[in-house]
Design a protein around this ligand. Structure first.
Ligand code: NAI
Length: 303
């Protein structure tokens, strides 16, 4: 099997001063990429800031013989996104890879959640993913090359008690990915999303220690490295990744049911009558864009 290398490639990894992002930065550095290690250096709840986290990872990459520069901007403003990308261009001349990984937590039940807790988490995860990606896109388009990774979460994809702000932001970025998949395709810009589970300061007190011991962040790294590589030609996919389990997750549609003839009125009672067919998950199909959903309507459309 041919080795995956990143010689000549420039990668931005947000929130790379610790946890999962650090492992991506080290591995990309080892495999020849020039790396921008972005990290605000704050606490898990988004408070505070500092240079130590990003600096330390840059040192580690350099000690291992790689090339890296730090960036300390927050992803959560458009200016921050532009500065992060500028750091890559000024240091290394281009951007090929963006791994949107920075994240914070402000967990509360919906009834107790404040506007500030909602906004802060949207700003880091969802707007932060937009701000850095948007700033990198013109360069990727110019080079007809880009590999982008988003970091979602099972929390949003499946639901997790007490994480409404986080879950909404993490699933919002799936919508962003679905559009970037279409808009980036002709420029060879691929985007995929991971939903990881791993031991880090984010999970250190929410999962039992015996499980945490097994959830090494390094189990997530190989999937992300592959998604960032030239070899990966798939775009718009979501992946579960935990320990050694990697699987695709997708929004799918079933055939459902067609009621009526496309012109007569349809009653709520008919919906009730066909509820089993509407909600059943038999024969699911993946739709690549919203127009494909109109394919189901062919019996109702003029021949
Ligand atoms: P972590 O807390 O170790 O790393 C997150 C990093 O992001 C920190 O170093 C932090 O300083 C940085 N950061 C926070 N806000 C920032 C901002 N505004 N600008 C730039 N950097 C900022 O957490 P972990 O576990 O490595 O998380 C990485 C990503 O994976 C996050 O997006 C998280 O939501 C996601 N994730 C992690 C899971 C896990 O099991 N560890 C589960 C699902 C998703």
């Amino acid at each position: 099997m041919s080795e995956i290398t990143f010689d000549g490639r420039v990668a931005i990894i947000t929130g790379a001063g610790a946890g999962l992002g650090r492992t991506y930065a080290l591995e990309l550095g080892q495999r020849g990429a020039k790396v921008v290690v972005n990290d605000l250096g704050g606490a898990r709840d988004g408070t505070g800031a500092g240079h130590a986290a990003a600096d330390q990872v840059v040192d580690e990459i350099k000690k291992a013989g790689g090339e890296a520069v730090p960036n300390y901007d927050s992803v959560s403003t458009m200016e921050g996104g532009e500065n992060i990308v500028r750091t890559a261009v000024e240091s290394f001349g281009r951007v090929d890879i963006v791994i949107n990984n920075a994240g914070i937590l402000r967990d509360k039940s919906i009834m107790k959640m404040t506007e500030e807790e909602w906004d802060l988490v949207q700003d880091v995860h969802l707007k932060g993913t937009f701000s850095v990606t948007k700033a990198a896109l013109p360069i990727m388009r110019e080079n007809s090359y880009g590999r982008v990774v988003f970091t979602s979460s099972g929390s949003g994809i499946y639901g997790n008690f007490g994480q409404a702000n986080y879950a909404a932001a993490k699933t919002g970025m799936v919508g962003l990915m679905n559009v970037l998949k279409l808009e980036g395709a002709k420029y060879n810009i691929m985007v995929n999303t991971i939903a990881p589970s791993a031991a880090s300061r984010m999970t250190e007190d929410v999962l039992p220690p015996e499980l945490l011991e097994k959830l090494r962040p390094e189990f997530i790294t190989p999937l992300v490295i592959y998604l960032c590589s030239e070899d990966c030609k798939d775009s718009g996919m979501i992946f579960n990744c935990i320990m050694g389990w990697y699987s695709r997750v997708a929004f799918m549609s079933t055939d459902g049911v067609i009621i009526g003839d496309g012109s007569r009125d349809i009653s709520a009672e008919e919906i009730k009558e066909h509820w089993g067919k509407i909600t059943g998950l038999e024969n699911p199909k993946y739709l690549n864009n919203v127009n494909e959903s109109f394919g189901y309507l062919s019996p109702l459309l003029p021949k």
